[in-house]
Design a protein around this ligand. Structure first.
Ligand code: ASP
Length: 336
């Protein structure tokens, strides 16, 4: 498998706990299972009348979204609030960044307000990694999607949704369909499915929408969707990410839908009970038929609900990793 250029031990403490959450690269099955189990325990919190737990009480979480977002931003905000944190949502379009302030200067100012965690979405791959390298010790960075690189919390909420329905990953055949080339979601899903031991990860797309290293990531490539749907347990549809497409990579939307759109007919070729997933936003009639998106096999809205629990898990785990790291460093410097 090829290596993630932005990964390294930066996101782990000396004893292997999370302290930032930047990428799934380098995270093993045990840690991913730990995240899923912790998220499972927060599902019950979301079902209570009073949905708060005090794990981040007194902490300040800043949502720093340099790219637009609906689901990710609001579920991060809800997750932080359910952990009892104080939450600051920075509107970048009206902030100093739009007046020419550099990212580093914006961060220095926010750090001066004693922030404990930044949740970062940025159009540049590697931006959260860059911030994690320079941030004050004790401040956790959570990647909420960077360029085409990674969207690790999305992949983990997808894994939670799959585990709830299919119970384990061994033996599962999972396909990711559509615009893999521009998708940070697909990259993170592939890493998660590999680490958790899925039997097969299939990508179904035209050659123009596949990255050149796709086979090295451990995927089987299928250009024909009718062939590709056979014996699938899970099918994950992706949006055409036009904002990241430089040239014309497709003949037309109508042709794309005919060949790669998920219709009821194509879904019938998969295993009975095959789950239908999509990270959102969905484009009905472009990559998915409405009857499928709203149908009995669709778990698209369950993915959204699970996003809150997964984000609560990752935020609380990273914060406790930071606390432990700080006390270890304090002990070490006391011992000198
Ligand atoms: N919401 C996902 C992302 O942020 C997928 C998409 O935008 O199509 O990457």
């Amino acid at each position: 498998m090829t290596h993630d250029p932005y990964s390294h031990a930066l996101q782990l403490t000396a004893d292997g706990q999370l302290r930032h959450f930047l990428t799934l690269d380098g995270l093993g099955k045990d840690l991913l299972t730990d995240i899923l189990d912790t998220a499972d325990s927060f599902i019950e919190v979301g079902e209570r009348t009073i949905k708060n737990v005090p794990l981040l009480r007194g902490r300040t979480v800043v949502n720093l979204f340099f790219e637009s977002s609906t689901r990710t931003r609001s579920t991060f905000e809800l997750a932080a609030k359910r952990l009892s944190a104080d939450v600051l949502n920075l509107d970048i379009s009206t902030s100093a960044t739009s007046k020419g302030e550099s990212l580093s200067d914006t961060l220095l100012n926010l750090e001066a307000m004693a922030s404990d965690m930044f949740v970062v979405r940025h159009s540049q791959s590697g931006a959260p990694h860059f911030i994690a390298e320079s941030v004050t010790p004790g401040v956790a960075i959570i990647n909420a999607g960077d360029g085409r690189h990674a969207h690790p919390t999305q992949a983990m909420l997808d894994m939670l949704t799959i585990r709830q329905r299919k119970h384990n990953f061994e033996g599962l055949k999972v396909a990711i369909v559509g615009d893999i080339l521009h998708s940070r979601v697909a990259r993170s899903q592939i890493r998660a499915l590999n680490a958790l031991g899925a039997a097969e990860i299939r990508v179904i797309a035209p050659a123009t929408l596949l990255p050149s290293d796709i086979e090295a990531l451990g995927c089987r490539v299928e250009y024909n969707m009718v062939e590709g749907m056979r014996d699938l347990d899970v099918v994950i549809m992706l949006r055409l990410q036009r904002e990241r497409m430089a040239g014309a990579l497709l003949p037309s939307e109508r042709e794309f839908y005919r060949l790669y759109g998920l219709s009821q007919d194509k879904l019938a070729l998969a295993n009975p009970g095959c789950l239908v997933m999509h990270p959102g936003p969905i484009n009905r009639g472009v990559e998915i038929e409405s009857a499928v998106a709203d149908g009995p096999q669709s778990v698209i809205l369950n993915q959204v609900t699970n996003g809150i629990a997964v984000r609560m898990a990752v935020m609380s785990m990273a914060m406790s990793g930071q606390v432990e790291e700080r006390s270890r460093l304090r002990q070490e410097s006391g011992a000198l």
